[in-house]
Design a protein around this ligand. Structure first.
Ligand SMILES: Cc1cc2nc3c(=O)[nH]c(=O)nc-3n(C[C@H](O)[C@H](O)[C@H](O)COP(=O)(O)OP(=O)(O)OC[C@H]3O[C@@H](n4cnc5c(N)ncnc54)[C@H](O)[C@@H]3O)c2cc1C
Length: 426
């Protein structure tokens, strides 16, 4: 197949990992393509209806993750609700190193916007609720001005491989099947589709059917009106095993790994059946309370991508290990904090982004290499954004040195990350 277009960097998947990579690559002047199979940027964080931008701080008052991960946080609330705890603005609780995390001027300006802070914010950590589709508009704005070549509604199908190195990808869209070349390729598909199809060893971890969706009701509308708060017009409702550790689910429906097309289709149908069952149970109460009837209580927004938390990830050259919590990692490319526990921070090794046996490829986001509980942290939005940004930095170094990202000295990647204000060590 003839090469239709040539890029410095080809990024497959436009979730937060892919978006962060695209922003970093274009800021370094690289000719970049970002390819997304749906029509929204943001992946699970937008199409998947995820509502919380998890903490950039360690829970003990220190901001540990910044850079593009922080820019995306501000973008998540630019066109919709969500506020940061007041303490992060005035320094009374958190040491927010203004500018030190290397965020853009626009994001820096947002940090000074008093309206975006709230003394009554639901959490004390540097995190916020956001409306997924407001986030999608914020991402549009960042991407349309960054200079990346944006491909929506375009499925990355097959990697093009030459002597163990990925040199491009065949994609399919309304134009048919075309081949795109990338001097460096970043897999941000969430399921390591490109790494897997390139022959990289991977691991899989499945999820039981579950569904998180937005519902609205007369009661909610009344409460929203009373509170003068439009955000309360919708609520998040869930059914099935929303607990990613699979506790509390009866297991009556099979798990899926998210990597078998037919099994995944069945899983999605089962997730929606569970949601329907919950809704029917509520609406059945309409005989005694009209506010619960079908006219007054119904789903407002369903997710438009599957909500599998953990699917396939690479078995990388290094791995984020659960028992390395709060331990130093010599090849660290940044810090990520657990949202469940205060003071639980991991240093992410550069090798977690590098698949084995395949050259010219970086893998970011929830399909980067992690193990056990640590995967619960690497898959959070801010962690995916951090990895995306660093992959962009590594891609530039590899291109400048005419080498593969796996051949880079981690110290060079660390220097580049530090140059962007990313903190490497605890
Ligand atoms: C129900 C649920 C609730 C969650 N709640 C939270 C929360 O509150 N806070 C939090 O921080 N995290 C939460 N998470 C986790 C977090 O949202 C995700 O792990 C994170 O957003 C993943 O980002 P990503 O970029 O790695 O992958 P994804 O968001 O999966 O993005 C991958 C993108 O690649 C695209 N893609 C895939 N294959 C291809 C292909 N072949 N060609 C082209 N495009 C492709 C997809 O369409 C998608 O847009 C939740 C997850 C789930 C499932």
């Amino acid at each position: 197949m003839d090469i239709a277009k040539r890029y410095d960097v080809l990024i497959l998947g436009g979730g937060v990992g892919g978006v962060a990579a695209a922003l970093q690559c274009t800021r370094l002047g690289l000719k970049t393509a970002l390819i997304e199979k749906t029509i929204l940027w943001g992946g699970l964080a937008t199409s998947g209806l995820v509502p919380i931008y998890m903490p950039l701080c360690d829970g003990k008052g220190r901001q540990v993750t910044g850079g593009i991960a922080e820019e995306l946080l501000w973008a998540s609330i630019k066109y919709g609700p969500g506020r940061l705890p007041r303490e992060w603005a005035d320094g009374s609780r958190g040491s927010r190193p203004s500018g030190a995390q290397g965020i853009s001027a626009a994001a820096e300006a947002a940090t000074a916007d008093e309206e975006l802070y709230d003394p009554g914010s639901f959490a004390k950590r540097f995190q916020t609720f956001f409306a997924p589709h407001a986030f999608a508009l914020g991402l549009d704005e960042l991407l349309e001005t960054c200079g990346a070549d944006l491909w929506l509604d375009t499925l990355a199908c097959l990697p093009i491989i030459e002597s163990n190195a990925v040199t491009g990808v065949e994609v399919e869209n309304k134009s048919g099947r075309i081949a795109l070349q990338g001097r460096c390729v970043i897999d941000a598909t969430g399921e390591a589709d490109i790494a897997f199809r390139s022959g990289a060893p991977c691991q899989e971890r499945g999820s039981y059917p579950s569904m998180l969706y937005q519902a609205t009701s007369l009661e909610l509308a009344r409460k929203a009106a009373d509170a003068g708060n439009a955000r309360k017009v919708v609520t998040w409702r869930g059914g099935g095993s929303s607990n990613e550790m699979d506790k509390g689910y009866d297991g009556s429906s099979p798990k899926t790994m998210g990597t078998d097309g037919k099994a995944l289709s069945a899983w999605i149908m089962e997730s929606r059946r569970i949601a329907r069952k919950h809704l029917q149970a509520d609406q059945a109460k309409a005989a005694t309370d009209a506010a619960l009837g079908r006219e007054n209580l119904y789903p407002a927004v369903l997710p438009t991508m599957h909500q599998i938390r953990m699917s396939r990830m690479i078995d990388g050259q290094e791995t984020v290990l659960t028992d390395r919590m709060n331990q130093r990692c010599d090849t660290s490319i940044g810090l990520i904090a657990d949202c469940r526990k205060s003071g639980a921070v991991w240093e992410v090794p550069y090798g977690a982004l590098l698949p084995r046996n395949v050259e010219n490829l970086l893998v970011v986001g929830r399909c980067a290499s992690a193990e056990g509980y640590a995967w619960q942290v690497t898959r959070l939005i801010q962690s995916c954004a951090l990895m995306g940004q660093v992959a962009g930095l590594a891609a530039q170094l590899a291109l400048a040195g005419r080498t593969s990202p796996s051949q880079l000295d981690a110290k060079d990647v660390q220097r580049a990350a530090e140059g962007c204000g990313i903190a490497l060590h605890l």
